[in-house]
Design a protein. Structure first.
Lengths: 101, 605
């Protein structure tokens, strides 16, 4: 627990093994991830490493892109929507629903 | 000319000898004489021309100097044709337009005109799509398409060259939105509940994207019902629910369907909904104009397990069919919501509805043209009713007594009441609600100019009902145009009753609408939103047309309502310069300068 609160970055792992290292504050936009990281009961809490078995690499990449996009623009007005490739949007929709973002 | 020769051999006695052809021509109103005369004249002119041509040639050389880079030795007829074409172009609208566009850059005189006209002429004479042409840059031969680009010298470019050129032209400077330009869009977003800073959630972004590409999607896969509902809402709003997109929403395993715009569906589509979702218990369809009797017959035949029926505008369904539906399936109905029926559904049908749907918990009837006071009697007999929502047509005369009866008999079990536009209902209704209702969480009494401030204040004072969470009392006010301040004894929701309302419900209230309650005074607002008062759950507040509202009161509201998400202030013109907390949408300001955590936006109209 102590270690995880210190570390500034977290690792998100897709079901096909891709790892994405992003700032903790950005990842915590997702309440699913936030709860998993905050809990001391789960392994994620201590390691800062989240296995997202529901998402494949391409989708998780886009999710991480959104996390950073959101972090970057949170203080700006009239932010345009992030561009999403149409072929990914249904999968991403399911992912967003799961991650609660 | 051929005919002329036939006719001409003896020019002397033309009148006496007429050929068969001449007769035929005459019968068709063509005179051989005329043809011959014309020919003579043209011959004579042709002889005269060489002299003139010599004179003109010196002028022509001068004239042609300016635009004719492409000038090549041509025969005079072709040249004349081209000149005529150019003259025509000069008179055309397109020319005027292009000239207007150009004059910004250079305001030279005729030379430019000629050049421009020539350009247009060339553009018109370019090879048509499907023909072959040589590329202006690389000279390669290629097939012209409608998309072929024009080069700098007027010729066409081949695919490769036009790609190169496009790449050079691209990268226009990113447009920066000047403040004020996007006001309309900003206000539209605010009304949609989007706060003006930060990004939208990934979920919303994705749903919008899916809606954009709805026509390319064959199947939604395993979307959960909540997302399906949201997608249905967005597609309905874009009016994109058609027979084709309907397929995506038909899930045999789901028990509910919500479509908010069915205007583009036809009778077969309703059949499809019912047939492919046999387990439906909740049917919520709006704008159901093409729904007909057969659909109800189908429900009755299959004895469908429908519990919640919400329909907006099924005007082709007859009274007989409605009655049959209530008789056969009414015992299962738990909620019934109907809007906008003008051709069917009369008082008798309403009476049968009350008789055959004894288990109704929720009843909403809005804008049913054929029902009036008479149907109110039936409502008193619905012993399970918990939610009641009624709105008659504006013209319908309403009687307070019947409402009193309803409150007397079922008031104790009601959890929500919505009575809109019962204009003549008086304080007695308030007394009855006060007396009989003790489980209310939502109260909507709107568009009334009979309740008094005193009556409303008494209503909220010492009421055994716990604090309300949803209160809509908009447009409770006096409407005498000649006396805008209202009578001495205030009518409608005024200062005292507003204070009493907030005393009673302030602790739990989440949604409050007091738009157009214009007799609430500055002092009353000051008292309600005084320092130390707190309304921890209030998320939505509409105080439109409260003209006393100003910057100071607005700040007081923000201080007292920490959870506030939306503040609606249409026509509160004294709000000029406010600092709003993060995450709050301030809707309806005009020309006010709004500050959100250091970000300044000035609006202009």
């Amino acid at each position: 627990m102590a270690q995880s609160t210190e570390s500034e970055f977290v690792t998100l792992v897709s079901n096909d093994g891709f790892e994405f290292i992003i700032p903790r504050s950005a990842a915590c936009v997702s309440s699913t991830i936030r709860l998993r990281l905050a809990s001391s009961k789960y392994k994620e809490g201590s390691t800062g490493r989240c296995n997202l078995d529901e998402l494949r690499g391409a989708v998780l990449e886009k999710v991480c892109e959104y996390f950073c996009y959101n972090e970057k623009h949170k203080d700006q007005v009239n932010v345009p929507d992030m561009d999403i490739p149409p072929e990914l949007c249904l999968e991403l929709l399911m992912a967003a629903d799961y991650l609660d973002t | 000319m051929f005919w002329f020769h036939l006719n001409s051999p003896s020019g002397t006695n033309r009148n006496s000898r007429r050929s068969a052809l001449t007769d035929y021509l005459a019968s068709n109103n063509i005179s051989a004489q005329q043809i011959r005369d014309d020919w003579d004249r043209r011959q004579a002119e042709a002889q005269r021309q060489p002299d003139q041509a010599q004179q003109e040639s010196s002028n022509a050389a001068e004239e042609s100097r300016s635009p004719s880079v492409l000038e090549s030795p041509e025969d005079p007829i072709k040249k004349r044709k081209r000149e005529q074409a150019i003259a025509r172009i000069k008179n055309s609208k397109e020319f005027a337009k292009r000239k207007a566009r150009l004059t910004g850059d250079c305001d030279d005189d005729d030379n430019d005109d000629d050049f421009l006209a020539l350009q247009i002429h060339e553009a018109k004479n370019r090879p048509k799509p499907g023909q072959l042409a040589n590329c202006e840059i690389c000279d390669k031969r290629f097939t012209v398409t409608p998309y072929s680009k024009a080069g700098s010298n007027g010729g066409l470019l081949c695919v490769d060259c036009s790609k190169k050129q496009k790449a050079d032209e691209k990268k226009p400077p990113a447009k920066k939105r000047a403040p004020g330009i996007g006001r309309r869009q900003n206000q539209a977003n605010l009304l949609d509940g989007l706060t003006p800073h930060g990004t939208q959630t990934l979920l919303e972004t994705c749903i919008k994207k899916v809606a954009d590409y709805i026509h390319d999607i064959e199947d939604f896969g395993d979307l959960p019902p909540s997302l399906l509902l949201r997608l249905g809402q967005i597609l309905s709003r874009r009016r994109a629910v058609t027979s084709r997109t309907l397929d995506l929403f038909l899930r045999p395993q789901y028990t509910s369907i919500d479509l908010f715009d069915c205007a583009k569906l036809d009778t077969d589509d309703y059949h499809r909904i019912l047939a492919s979702m046999p387990r439906l218990t909740r049917v919520n369809l709006r704008f159901t104009t093409p729904m007909k009797d057969q659909i109800f017959h189908y429900m009755i035949e299959r004895d469908m397990q429908i519990k919640d029926l919400h329909l907006d505008g099924p005007n082709l369904v007859t009274d007989a069919c409605w009655r049959q539906l209530f008789m056969k399936l009414g015992h299962r109905f738990l909620s019934l919501k109907l809007w906008n029926l003008d051709d069917a559904f009369d008082n008798e049908t309403a009476r049968l509805m009350c008789l055959h749907c004894p288990n109704l918990r929720r009843l909403k009837l809005k804008f049913l043209h054929k029902v009036d006071n008479e149907m109110l009697e039936g409502i008193s007999t619905l012993k399970s009713l918990q939610h009641l929502s009624l709105r008659f047509l504006h013209e319908t005369e309403t009687k307070t007594e019947l409402l009193l009866e309803i409150m007397g008999s079922i008031g104790h079990q009601l959890e929500t009441i919505s009575l809109e536009e019962f204009e003549s209902a008086d304080d007695r209704l308030l007394q009855h609600i006060h007396e009989h209702c003790c489980h209310l969480t939502k109260l909507r009494l709107t568009l009334n100019s009979t309740f008094t401030d005193k009556g409303l204040a008494a209503f909220f004072t010492d009421w055994s009902n716990p604090a309300l969470t949803y209160v809509d009392l908009n447009s409770l006010r006096d409407v005498d145009m000649t006396n805008p301040t209202g009578p001495e004894e205030p009518i409608g929701l005024a200062s005292d009753s507003f204070i009493a309302l907030m005393e009673h419900s302030g602790s739990k209230i989440q949604h409050l609408n007091i738009a157009s309650c214009r007799h609430v005074s500055y002092k009353a607002f000051e008292q309600v939103f005084a320092e130390g008062k707190i309304y921890p759950n209030l998320k939505y507040l509409d105080i439109s047309f409260s003209t006393v509202m100003d910057d100071y009161l607005t700040q007081c509201i923000f201080r007292c309502c920490p959870a506030l998400q939306r503040l609606v202030v249409f026509a509160c013109f004294k709000i000029r310069d406010v600092h709003i907390p993060r995450g709050l949408a301030l809707i309806g300001t005009v020309g006010a300068s709004i500050k959100i955590d250091g970000i300044t936006q000035t609006e202009t109209i």
